[in-house]
Design a protein around this ligand. Structure first.
Ligand SMILES: [Zn+2]
Length: 167
């Protein structure tokens, strides 16, 4: 009956099928605006690239990054995004290191001092005792840094003393 065009027979298939309800235009008759297509492709690529930069960025404040995207460049760091908070923590840790370094060098007696006595000595200083980042670990790290840079030396009996010729 199909052969004689009495019925149109389509055998059932497992795969999805697509039937066009209108006749398709011949590819030779189609006009593509390649300039527009290229422009839209470039816009999409730029957007994707900007999203990538935004998510990979670990240095510039998120709020400032967004503002810069909208051509606003005269902005200040927001102070509350993850990057601003990480900067604050790093700055605070660095300030603590500097404070500890100066105080350790100031309290070290010429004959040297053991780490436990140094901790006790440091806790007597009100600036240090109240400091939120001060603990024994941060003090040990500071002493290690000072030793690495030749400011202090550790004796065989683990006494810390100042290196005199280092000023
Ligand atoms: Zn921020």
């Amino acid at each position: 009956m199909h052969k004689h065009k009495i019925v149109s027979y389509r055998a059932a298939r497992q795969l999805p099928q697509l039937a066009f309800v209108q006749a398709r235009a011949d590819a030779r008759d189609m006009i593509f605006d390649t300039e527009l297509i290229n422009f839209l492709r470039d816009v999409r690529q730029t957007n994707a690239s900007n999203i990538g930069k935004y998510t990979r960025n670990e240095q510039i404040c998120r709020s400032q990054t967004l503002s810069a995207y909208f051509d606003e460049t005269d902005t200040r760091p927001c102070g509350v995004c993850d990057i601003c908070i990480a900067h604050k923590k790093a700055q605070s840790a660095a300030n603590t290191q500097v404070l500890l370094r100066d105080l350790v060098l100031a309290v070290l007696p010429p004959e040297g001092i053991g780490i436990e006595d140094l901790v006790r000595q440091m806790r007597k200083n009100p600036d240090i005792a109240q400091h939120p980042n001060f603990d024994e670990t941060s003090l040990v790290n500071t002493v290690r840094l000072l030793a690495d840079h030749g400011w202090v030396r550790l004796d065989a009996d683990r006494r810390i003393s100042r290196v005199v010729d280092k000023s």
